[in-house]
Design a binder for this molecule. Structure first.
Ligand code: TTP
Ligand code: MG
Ligand code: MG
Length: 460
């Protein structure tokens, strides 16, 4: 990360070709997304060899109106998917074997996987039991090794420790890493070099883009936008006119710009303060004053503990008790109350206030780091892939984009992500408890439709 990247990404996206080139040539991060293949089903097949190679679902019983948690790849060949009613899975493949879930076992394997991942880096962000982001920048640079080589080692180490396969996607940011690992499943490895990011993203269906749920996808399609490339070539002002701030964020992502940091588990602690108004507030002044007061309370507590925050969250409750939160992350430190206040007020602009009055407001700081901790340095060595430079394999990038499965919805019984189970509130991911999409940032428990929030500034 360098000063150019900071300036350009703070502006949202490069304005000229020269700026684009500067972003493209800035030293890139090495982000890896690792996701286990058919996780619960694979654990069952590993533990009981008689289940191997057979269509299998881990699911509640049909009689208890259970749903499929995981389907082996053999079962998927029959069209069976996660979140499908068990009864439907049985209709699609009458010979499918059903095993009830054993959550303790999956948790225990998940911690074995975490141990393996920690042997490569401590910059790990767990998203759910079977998937994590790793920031391998320092690991690659200090070992003078390509991301692809380290990714191969990660897969191998996971396999040796657990007997299970993982798919791994690598790239200069989370967006690319996650899409790459989805595309190369099962047991795949796909590393996208920074210079290939746009070639990689642009042919893909718009639903692949972070933050595009079914409702946003329909709105984009109504604008004639079907692929990520279609969105990238649109005038961002037009997209903003249609979708507001979300449109700008999605447009940046379509250009391959995603500065979100890998937020490690211990950094997901947060400090927050909130208050319920005596009467619902529909005007800006009292709300802004309360945000300023809450922000200074949070800043004082940060100071007291010697913390600085990377993520700020604004929580809003409307009179009907619908609660939403909006976040943004920063790689530079937020040190004082006025910065916190200014950012929280910006986030207020991403809520439905003042069209809807506010019952409760809260300000939270998350992604806490030691205020004294030195900023990570970027070393000069910049090799990304093995030589010769590896681009997405034609077979992987040619894979037809998978339509988002019904499991992407927030109502599926997905395992809560570890970060979502931390007792600290609010979650650094923006969440909306309203059942209506789009929320610009879905809940932390739905890693399949993650937040498009972008870092507003980059590290110094
Ligand atoms: P996923 O990683 O989404 O799926 P998967 O590992 O089964 O398959 P893939 O190879 O496509 O990654 O989810 C991990 C586990 O979380 C999954 O094995 C079971 C559980 N889960 C649910 O319980 N309900 C759901 O709706 C989904 C999607 C997953
Ligand atoms: Mg998985
Ligand atoms: Mg997963």
């Amino acid at each position: 990360m360098n000063a150019w990247r900071k300036t350009l990404t703070a502006a949202g996206r490069p304005q000229t070709r020269a700026e684009e080139l500067l972003v493209e040539t800035a030293p890139a991060r090495r982000i890896l997304h690792v996701d286990m293949d058919a996780f619960f089903a694979s654990v069952e097949q590993k533990d009981d060899p008689t289940l191997r190679g057979r269509p299998l679902i881990v699911a509640g019983s049909e009689k208890a109106r259970g749903v499929v948690a995981a389907a082996s790849y053999e079962a998927r060949a029959h069209g069976i998917r996660s979140a499908m009613p068990t009864s439907r899975a049985l209709r699609l493949c009458p010979q499918v074997l059903r095993v009830p879930p054993r959550h303790e076992r999956y948790h225990s394997i998940s911690s074995e996987i975490a141990d393996v991942l920690r042997s490569f880096t401590d910059r790990i962000e767990p998203l759910s039991l079977d998937e994590s982001y790793l920031d391998l920048t320092e690991c690659c640079l200090s070992r003078r090794t390509s991301l692809q080589t380290v990714a191969r080692e990660v897969k191998q180490a996971v396999r040796e420790k657990t007997g299970l396969t993982a798919s791994a996607g690598g790239g200069p940011n989370k967006l690319v890493a996650k899409i790459a690992s989805d595309l190369c499943k099962p047991d795949g490895l796909l590393v996208v070099a920074p210079a290939r990011v746009r070639d990689f993203l642009h042919p893909l269906a718009i639903e692949r883009l972070w933050g595009v749920g079914p409702v946003t996808a329909r709105r984009l399609q109504a604008m004639g936008i079907r692929t990520i490339g279609d969105l990238a070539t649109r005038d961002p002002r037009h997209v903003e006119g249609q979708l507001g701030r979300l449109g700008i964020e999605l447009h940046g992502l379509a250009l391959g710009i995603d500065e979100r940091d890998v937020v490690t588990f211990h950094e997901t602690r947060s400090i927050s303060a909130e208050t319920t108004f005596a009467t619902d507030q529909g005007t800006r002044e009292p709300v802004a004053a309360m945000i300023a007061s809450l922000a200074s309370e949070v800043a004082e507590r940060l100071d007291h503990h010697g913390f600085a925050a990377r993520t700020i969250t604004l929580k809003i409750r409307y009179p009907d008790f619908t609660t939403v939160s909006r976040s943004c992350s920063f790689e530079s430190r937020l040190l004082n109350a006025s910065e916190l206040t200014a950012r929280a007020l910006e986030l207020l602009g991403r809520t439905e206030f003042p069209q809807r009055a506010i019952r409760l407001v809260g300000v939270g700081a998350a992604g806490l780091v030691d205020a004294e901790r030195p900023v990570q340095l970027t070393l000069p060595f910049d090799s990304y892939c093995d030589a010769p430079r590896i681009s997405p394999s034609p077979s992987a990038s040619a894979t037809p984009p998978r339509e988002p499965s019904p499991s992407a919805s927030a109502t599926t019984p997905h395992e809560p992500s570890p970060s979502a189970t931390t007792p600290h509130e609010p979650s650094p991911s923006a969440s909306a408890t309203t059942p209506h999409e789009p929320s610009p940032s879905p809940s932390a428990t739905t890693p399949h439709e993650p937040s498009p929030r972008l870092a507003q500034t980059a590290q110094t």
